[in-house]
Design a protein around this ligand. Structure first.
Ligand SMILES: Cc1ncc(C[n+]2csc(CCOP(=O)(O)OP(=O)(O)O)c2C)c(N)n1
Ligand code: SF4
Ligand SMILES: [Mg+2]
Length: 350
């Protein structure tokens, strides 16, 4: 059950360029456990959409099943939404994106939803280059079904009941890079300053954007011995850099030395400005990024930030040369071209 918030708010709340307040991007009150990392990710999505001046009706949020997949109910209450079947969000999102390229597609999933039952759906959606922002709220357990290990649980990590996981984990970030995602990031629900710009950059990116967001489950995976607890992630978090998303109307206030930053320009004039922390890190170099990830992972570090970006992404619509107009806006003339056109097509195939 969801609880609705009162509509009244302070008349002086800041508004964005569309005249909307941050509250216009919220949804009903969350029913997740108080302190769940997933709620912080919802807050970051709200902030990102507010700051990007996105018209709420231009967003479609899609999810599978799980506590993480419940969260789209709690943000963007004025947007389109589809809560699908466990592990099946990617195919529903792909279909929706093909039918209407004018919407912003936001896929929200869990580590169980995407790395366990939905792994087949995940890999094909990413490798096809669907233009989307795909966020996995990764807590290393099946939270909704009370704490079983998921496919992202680290080998050697301990469950709340004291069982040691013996399986090798799936690293969704490494997989997404290998599969050709053109924007890949990892973040932490407890680091909103890092997460909000990463979500903004993903939304502006015209290709398959994937964010693996560590999001501790306080009910079933926040104990000593877990590698997805708040304490463990804070202690092992190694950021490769931090990101500023600069839109045309933004003023750039701070000057940086050449070599410290890398700019990635988007088709719409916005710029992703990557400030290096790891000196030699270049998020445009996929092979080096994969190597860096593996090297650091072997040392027990959790690498976060913008890990890889292709400045010139090519998406599924381009691959398929699909029609630019949303299918529901095509008139009868295009959809029912008549017997002569059909005869021409048939003749060309003989
Ligand atoms: C086909 C199917 N199999 C199993 C389930 C039971 N189930 C519901 S949620 C879930 C796991 C959710 O884990 P995750 O995606 O990590 O989300 P979290 O709750 O941890 O955020 C499972 C196994 C289901 N609903 N449907
Ligand atoms: S069970 Fe875990 S994942 Fe689910 S709402 Fe509670 S803290 Fe969040
Ligand atoms: Mg989970």
């Amino acid at each position: 059950m969801s609880y609705f918030k009162p509509k009244l708010h302070h008349p002086k709340l800041p508004t964005n360029r569309l005249g909307f307040t941050r509250r216009d991007y919220e949804g009903p009150v969350s029913t997740l456990c108080a302190g769940c990392g997933h709620d912080s990710i919802s807050a970051a999505i709200i902030q990102a959409c507010f700051e990007l001046d996105i018209p709420p009706h231009k967003v479609a949020k899609l999810s599978g099943i799980g506590c993480s997949s419940k969260t789209p109910t709690y943000f963007l209450g004025n947007s389109h939404g589809f809560n699908s079947v466990h592990g099946r969000m990617p195919s529903v999102l792909t279909g929706a994106a093909l039918a209407n390229r004018d919407l912003i597609y936001l896929g929200v999933s869990g580590d169980g939803d995407s790395a366990s039952i939905g792994i087949g759906q995940f890999v094909h959606c990413v490798r096809r280059g669907v233009n989307m922002t795909y966020i996995v709220e990764n807590n290393g357990v099946y939270g909704l079904t009370k704490g079983q290990f998921s496919a992202t649980s680290d080998k050697g990590s301990k469950s709340k009941r004291g069982i040691i996981n013996t399986d090798t984990p799936i690293d969704l970030v490494a997989l997404a890079m290998q599969l050709g995602a053109t924007y890949v990031a990892r973040s932490f629900s407890g680091d909103k300053a890092q997460l909000v710009p990463l979500i903004k950059g993903a939304i502006l990116h015209r290709g398959a954007a994937f964010i693996d967001c560590l999001s501790p489950c306080i009910a079933f995976n926040n104990h000593a011995g877990s590698t997805k607890s708040f304490d463990h992630v804070r202690a092992h978090n190694e950021a490769v850099g931090f990101l500023d998303v600069i839109q045309e109307q933004d003023e750039i206030e701070v000057e940086y030395q050449a070599g410290e930053t890398i700019d990635v320009e988007h088709h719409d004039g916005s710029v992703l400005r990557f400030h290096k922390v790891a000196e030699t890190y270049d998020p445009r170099d996929r092979v080096a990024a994969m190597n860096y990830l593996e090297t650091r992972r072997a040392k027990g570090e959790i690498v976060t930030g913008l890990l890889y970006v292709d400045p010139n992404p090519v998406d599924l619509h381009t691959h398929l040369n699909s029609v630019g107009t949303p299918l529901n806006a095509l008139g009868d003339k295009v959809l029912v071209p008549g017997a002569a056109a059909l005869a021409r097509i048939n003749a060309s195939l003989r």
